[in-house]
Design a protein around this ligand. Structure first.
Ligand SMILES: Cc1cc2nc3c(=O)[nH]c(=O)nc-3n(C[C@H](O)[C@H](O)[C@H](O)COP(=O)(O)OP(=O)(O)OC[C@H]3O[C@@H](n4cnc5c(N)ncnc54)[C@H](O)[C@@H]3O)c2cc1C
Length: 385
């Protein structure tokens, strides 16, 4: 058993680390606070091939392994989690297309998605249904060569830039079990009746937009059914969310590592009672716990990513990694704020952004309580993890 990255993975991590340190970290605080869209950073990520991370090489992607994929999110989130989010649902969409799309769908969309010329997202959540995806009410009725879609989505990351946007709908609202009536439609910008509503105000995760999407008598050609077969949508989406959990776990590790790094620097510089606060045992205990938890979360994330690389479903592994990494991330952000004292609360320092970004890690790609129920179901069913 080897807990180290391969030479190739380590070199890739160093490349990402250097990029994030030079191009993202210096502007993150100012751009995030002002609500500026990180266009220039996105342009560089396109050059680096990051929009094609999960796209096979034959379609112009770089097709990296899942451990490297987790590393991308850790390194970017260490500098600015929002920027990592721009790649998150985009890469889930490309993975779904590569895995489940027809040959024609892959040819049609993947090359432009790989370069970032086209971008994407993933539209599942509705105002009335988030965790309970089988409870969505967006419907698509077949009418000749089209599906006519009616409904709405909310909180959709990248919605304004996504083309095509995979949208989970019900093609048969009466189906039992309900998932048999669920389908993913690839909806392109400019389709009549498809509109992106307002960008939602949010605590953190600034950078990418999180928007409402409205679908009013929206005609979607039948050839835009992902995989060409109705009723496969929920399975396609749940499989993609396993990659989503690894990317959220990676982001959580990145935020937590940033909290630790900044806390160490601050604790050595800040003096109280005639000595650096790093010399107080109360501070040392926090740093030791943070370091231990960050490394545990990282190894759990790599383990879950390796399970994905084996090609099998990995609900439990990815669920555990996302659950643990996000919980220690929230804790690390709070501890970092305590270590920074009043300065931690100031927008002059980065800690307040890390603190605002951390809680989303417990909500996105399955809330932590939902993941606990998934893990527990497997434990009870199989009698082991
Ligand atoms: C910034 C941001 C970006 C997002 N981006 C996207 C995106 O790009 N695409 C997308 O589709 N969605 C996106 N989402 C939505 C996100 O995936 C949902 O918020 C999440 O899945 C939870 O759904 P919900 O908000 O409806 O909460 P609910 O499902 O209503 O859950 C509320 C609470 O009830 C608990 N709960 C619900 N059911 C159970 C149960 N069976 N057992 C135990 N507890 C339960 C939950 O754990 C939670 O604590 C985004 C959300 C945010 C905040």
């Amino acid at each position: 058993m080897d807990f180290e990255l391969s030479d190739q993975q380590a070199a890739f991590r160093d490349l990402l680390r250097d990029f994030a340190r030079r191009r993202i970290a210096p502007v993150a605080r100012e751009w995030e606070l002002s609500g500026r869209y990180p266009t220039e950073i996105i342009d560089e990520m396109k050059q680096m091939g990051l929009f094609g991370m999960l796209v096979p090489e034959e379609f112009g992607g770089i097709g990296i392994d899942a451990v490297s994929y987790a590393i991308v999110f850790e390194e970017l989130a260490k500098a600015w989690m929002g920027v990592a989010g721009i790649l998150g649902s985009h890469s889930l969409s490309t993975w779904m297309l590569a895995k489940h799309g027809t040959a024609e769908q892959r040819r049609r969309w993947l090359p432009d998605l790989a370069t970032g010329k086209r971008r994407s997202g993933l539209a599942l959540t509705e105002p009335g249904a988030g965790s309970d995806l089988q409870g969505i009410s967006t419907v698509a009725h077949r009418a000749g060569h089209h599906y006519i879609v009616n409904g709405g989505k909310t909180w959709i990351t990248n919605a304004r830039h996504a083309d095509p946007l995979p949208v989970l709908v019900k093609t048969n609202p009466e189906a039992q079990p309900r998932h048999r009536g669920m389908t993913v439609l690839m909806i392109e910008q400019g389709t009549p009746g498809f509109t992106v509503g307002k960008d939602l105000d949010k605590l953190g995760y600034k950078g990418p937009e999180s928007s409402e999407v409205f679908l009013n008598d929206c005609p979607v050609p039948v050839e835009n059914v992902l995989g060409a077969e109705e009723g496969q949508g929920l399975q396609q989406v749940l499989a993609a969310l396993e990659f989503g959990r690894v990317n959220i776990a990676g982001r959580a590790v990145g935020i937590a590592q940033a909290c630790l790094d900044k806390s160490i620097v601050y604790a050595r510089e800040r003096h109280a009672f005639g000595r650096p606060i790093a010399e107080f045992q109360a501070i040392q205990l926090k740093l030791a716990d943070m370091a231990t938890e960050v490394q545990s979360a990282r190894l759990l994330t790599w383990w879950a990513a390796s399970a994905l690389d084996s090609g099998r479903r990995a609900d439990v592994e990815t669920g555990m990694a996302k659950l643990y990494a996000s919980e220690i991330c929230i804790k690390a952000a709070l501890e970092a704020m305590r270590i920074h004292g009043g300065y931690g609360y100031s927008t002059e320092f980065e800690i307040e952004r890390l603190y605002r970004d951390a809680p989303l890690m417990a909500i996105a790609e399955g809330t932590n309580d939902i993941l606990r129920t998934v893990i527990a179901r497997h434990l009870v069913r199989d009698g082991r993890a």
